[in-house]
Design a binder for this molecule. Sequence first.
Ligand SMILES: *Cc1c(COP(=O)(O)O)cnc(C)c1O
Length: 220
Amino acid sequence: MTIAERISEIKNELPANVTLVAVSKTKPSTMIQEAYNAGQRHFGENKVQEMVDKYSSLPNDIHWHLIGHLQTNKVKYIAPFVSLIHSVDSLKLLIEINKQAMKFDRIINCLLQFHIAEEETKFGLSEEEGINLVSDPLLNTLQNINVIGVMGMASFTENTEQVRSEFAHLKHIFEGLKKDHFSKKNDFKEISMGMSGDYELAIEEGSTMIRVGSSIFGDR
Ligand SMILES: *Cc1c(COP(=O)(O)O)cnc(C)c1O
């Protein structure tokens, strides 16, 4: 199957409110261009330098999603163009994103990344850390960032009931934050969860944004 065929196969199954982010990390710009020509506009990268390089060589109406861990000293490189940062896991990082966004007169959309998997290696906030972060009065002073939802990665396991319950947990965290902290904020509405192996489950559990790489571009 071609990249275009794989994208349309996935898109045909998606509910209207779910955005497909095509994860193009490690793949060449020629493959991204192929997906672009098939109508795909949202692309995800996990490394800053790779995203910057691809941004400069590809059409400028692409929405670039940073899905990997972000160090504060690298925010400045993506601040001019990034569309959504999925991997915010500290107030310190939000403060830096705000500062860099201000320089470019932009408002940068962000998701709070939560640790929902069993594996200890994955980044992200605990539920409690997330609640503390959004309760901090400093957050309201950051005019150049916009927190529009949450992101998480489920465990890498064949156990679908476990994966399902981890996605349900993220949805639960989202609902709690929405009710207690963002009830008046209509654009706090995104739940980024689901990858090639588990996006169908994620959608059943309320995902609004899936991040799919290998099912579109092949194995890495
Ligand atoms: C690589 C990656 C994906 C895509 O993974 P696939 O299994 O190739 O679909 C999604 N989310 C994050 C955070 C990633 O790093």
